[in-house]
Design a protein around this ligand. Structure first.
Ligand code: SF4
Length: 482
């Protein structure tokens, strides 16, 4: 997937490709060990889920310390910063903003002090009833859904409780008021908590550390990075509390309806992660095989749009018998820069991300495989770039269906007018991007390729079927559809 908006409202150049996700979360509890470095490496494994800010909160049993800043994990933390984060338990967060702008105050973990209790919270997802919650809490002005959750919990904490379960009781008290997507890590001085909304839109898993202790992470790849063993996924609608007594589980609802974001399988998750027990790389490769069966192409070479189109292109090549070749090189050190580009550089923006290998394209009929097209303008530049490199034909194949409906659950596509497939039919998109042919994998084909279709997925951006009530704007689209 390639992304189209190189310059953000703040004037920064966003060189990451693909639509931005709402965040990565990580948490660790150990009986003895300092956890700041461990959380740092966990976040390192989740960097792809959010590149605007990073933060860690830790506790030594008495004091919660928070350190957060704008930037990549490696830019925010150095040895002195990690040394200042004392304690054997903590949480971490990498952020891309889907609610609230990108500034220091909105970086996470969010922190609150209630009497003697100190809490911190990291959120992946997007709530759909933010205004209602703000009104209920009497909060006016700019805020984030994550901040509202932290505030709601803080107000529900009974600091006078005779036991030490104030945090978990407060969460149980307020979680039913939250609508939309939330995979959370929360902590106080003595415990970490992980929870997922009743649909489990965003992933969260539990791992065990070899020397004792537990971790929670958005993806299994982050467990691998810190040497933790995958134990299980936190279930949709489940809250796990980890303290000196081990892992305790609570159900937020008796009627969970699992609906993991299907785009985790298509694009968001790392290929070396597993979800619903299925390896993401294998699923993406199978999507490519299914795509070759649904939309065969006459070509000389199959070329992926790196990196996310790679496994699907491998699958397409294997199933079609057309040789696979690298035709585009991705700048590996891509990230976010705050240098304002000149107009001429801006026009060349795509070259900062991807550059062609003319020797592999010249005189060829190229089957270009990408995992999705959201806005389309970069795809158009890409097709032109491949033609300029000498390709005779460009046949575009996409390993997911047309992205027609906005996401309100944590992907930054809430404005439908920016989605090319909301405005144009497939043959019009083909003409717009300048390809000789265009084929999208069907939703049925995509679900089957995951190998775990029955586990439950959100498909709203591809089908228009939203699993929850969403914003007024979405209701309008639903009417339009009926
Ligand atoms: Fe994922 Fe699309 Fe559902 Fe958003 S609408 S959670 S991107 S499947």
């Amino acid at each position: 997937m390639t992304y189209d908006e190189d310059v953000t409202e703040e004037g920064a150049v966003q060189l990451t490709d693909g639509p931005r996700e709402a965040c990565g979360v990580f948490a660790a509890y150990t009986p003895r060990q300092r956890v700041s470095s461990l959380i740092y490496f966990g976040l390192y494994g989740l960097q792809h889920r959010g590149q605007e800010s990073a933060g860690i909160a830790t506790s030594n049993g008495e004091t919660v310390t928070v350190f957060k800043d704008l930037g990549l994990v490696s830019q925010v933390f150095d040895e002195p910063a990690l040394a200042g984060l004392d304690g054997h338990l903590g949480i971490g967060h990498t952020r891309y903003s889907t609610t609230g702008s990108n500034n220091w105050a909105n970086a996470q973990p969010a922190h609150r002090q209630v009497g003697a209790t100190s809490i911190a919270l990291g959120h992946n997802g997007n709530l759909t009833n933010t205004s209602e919650l703000a009104e209920r809490l009497g909060i006016k002005g700019a805020t984030t859904d994550s901040d509202l959750m932290a505030e709601g919990i803080a107000r529900a904490i009974d600091d006078e409780r005779s036991d030490d379960r104030g945090l978990e009781m407060a969460i149980l008290d307020v979680a039913s008021t939250w609508e939309g997507a939330f995979s959370l890590v929360i902590m106080d001085q003595g415990r970490i908590v992980g929870l997922r909304d009743p649909h489990g839109f965003r992933p969260l898993c539990l791992g065990a550390l070899p020397e004792g202790g537990w971790v929670l992470a958005s993806e299994t790849a982050a467990l691998d990075l810190v040497g933790a063993r995958f134990v299980r996924e936190v279930a949709a609608g489940e809250m796990v509390v980890i303290d000196a007594g081990g892992v305790h589980s609570y159900q937020l609802t008796q009627t969970p309806a699992p609906g993991l974001c299907l785009f985790e399988f298509v694009y968001f998750a790392r290929p070396d992660s597993q979800m619903y027990g299925r390896g993401i790389h294998a699923a993406r490769r199978q999507m490519g095989e299914a795509l070759a069966a649904e939309h065969p192409a006459e070509g000389d070479v199959v070329v992926p749009v790196p990196e996310s189109g790679l496994p699907a292109a491998q699958g397409f090549a294997a199933a079609s018998g057309i040789p696979y070749a690298d035709g585009l090189v991705k700048n590996r050190y891509i990230g976010r820069t705050f240098i304002e580009p000149s107009q001429s550089l801006r026009d060349r923006g795509i070259r900062l991300k991807l550059n062609p290998i003319p020797d592999n394209l010249r005189g060829k009929r190229v089957v270009l495989v990408d995992d999705s097209i959201v806005r389309g303008s970069t795809t158009r530049k890409l097709v032109q770039m491949i033609r300029d490199a000498g390709a005779n034909e460009v046949h575009l194949r996409v390993s997911s269906p047309p992205y027609r409906w906005p996401c309100f659950y944590g992907m930054d596509t809430s404005d439908r007018s920016t989605l090319i497939a909301a405005r144009l039919e497939v043959d019009e998109i083909r003409d717009h991007v300048g390809a000789d042919s265009l084929g999208y994998l069907s939703l049925e084909g995509l679900l089957e390729a995951t190998g775990v279709a029955d586990a439950g997925f959100c498909t709203a951006c591809l089908s228009g079927n939203y699993p929850t009530d969403v914003a007024e704007a979405a209701d309008k689209f639903q009417l339009e559809r009926s």
